[in-house]
Design a protein around this ligand. Structure first.
Ligand code: 5MM
Length: 342
């Protein structure tokens, strides 16, 4: 591993107000989203949709990196150009999701443990050979009565740290994603306490596993009230709760924090990211950026509907959401932008 290469790649992923596009839905997740819109759940449909995304003109102006799925990193455009080549030509850094999913955790009803460490060293080397320069692993924590348990937090964060160490050994920047889910009726304050405990444990584990913090990216949830909580705080209150929680938990050596959207609407995710960048402009030690899947892709997917004739409209919608988030990083996003397409 060359630590300087890792540090340089991590810095590039958060430079120039850009953010990341998560397009690493596993086949079951992608198929579920297609099924809702009546799109065929086939390998060819998934390939065509991913080609639509990566060939969106101008995407590289706003997007620094794209997270791919195992099937996707092996695919080509219709004209035979490998996706990795097309992404690189668009000035976007290719990355890969390397966990193999969150499974029920033994002895911990209602909780999940993410799997994928077995054989990971070899898989990481293979992905690096294919052109990936960073890799992502997601641990999932659910808030409920008596959960997340300490056992679940410790198991998931240790896996995250072991994966991150293996990534750096293979020359890939780890994108460490501990996601506290927004499902439930918990308050903003509960989400803040849980997120803080999870992040502090993540960084203890990363330290124990000798991960170079300058050569990684954190991909956390925003601190939000549960979806069905009766009290839903304002955009500014969410921004304050999120960044204050991060300030208590994330070392300043980490170059960037790239949020997941977690099921928020595209507009709300942009507005909240914007508020963080406005309110903490001079105080944030890290770049505050985005690594959204649904909050960037959803309008494009709905417009596309699996039809070639809708390709251009879908690409414009995708570019619009990418641009809104780039503008939000600058602290210049305004809801009125939603009425105007790029
Ligand atoms: C939380 O999910 C990640 C970010 O997506 P959102 O912005 O939509 O929340 C995302 O990268 C996720 O890890 C992938 O979509 C893969 O999910 P599955 O469930 O297919 O492994």
């Amino acid at each position: 591993m060359d630590a300087q290469d890792l540090i340089d790649t991590a810095k590039m992923l958060v430079a120039d107000y850009k953010g990341l596009l998560a397009m690493d839905e596993s086949n079951p997740t992608c198929n579920k989203r297609f099924a809702k819109l009546g799109i065929p759940q086939t390998e060819e449909a998934r390939r065509a949709y991913r080609e639509l995304i990566i060939t969106t003109p101008g995407l590289g102006e706003y997007i620094s990196g794209a997270i791919l799925y195992d099937e996707t990193i092996r695919q080509q455009k219709k004209d035979g150009t490998p996706f990795v080549q097309a992404i690189t030509d668009a000035a976007i850094i290719p990355g890969i999701k390397v966990d193999i999913g969150a499974k029920d955790m033994a002895g911990h009803p209602g909780e999940k443990i993410t799997e994928g460490l077995d054989g990971l060293r070899d898989r990481l080397h293979a992905y690096a050979q294919m052109g990936a320069r960073f890799a992502k692993w997601r641990g999932v924590l659910t808030i409920g009565a008596g959960i997340p348990s300490r056992g679940c937090i410790e198991a998931n964060t240790q896996s995250l740290a072991r994966y991150a160490a293996l990534c750096q050994e293979a020359g890939l920047v780890p994108m460490v994603e501990p996601e506290v889910l927004m499902d439930g009726e918990h308050t903003l304050s509960r989400c803040s306490k849980v997120t803080e405990e999870v992040l502090q444990t993540v960084f203890n584990q990363l330290y124990t596993q000798r991960v170079t913090l300058e050569g990684m990216i954190l991909k956390p949830n925003m601190v939000l009230p549960g979806l069905t909580c009766s009290q839903q705080q304002s955009v500014d209150e969410v921004a304050d709760a999120t960044v204050n929680c991060l300030l208590r938990s994330v070392p300043a050596a980490v170059p960037g924090i790239a949020f997941l959207s977690g099921g928020q609407s595209g507009e709300l995710a942009s507005a909240r990211l914007n508020a963080m960048n406005v309110r903490f402009k001079s105080r944030s030690p890290w770049a505050l950026t985005f690594s959204f899947a649904r909050a960037i892709q959803q309008p494009a997917l709905e417009l596309w509907q699996g039809k070639e004739a809708n390709l251009s409209a879908a690409q414009q919608a995708l570019l619009h959401r990418a641009k809104c988030n780039w503008v939000a990083r600058r602290g210049e996003y305004k809801p009125v932008m939603e009425g105007t397409r790029t």
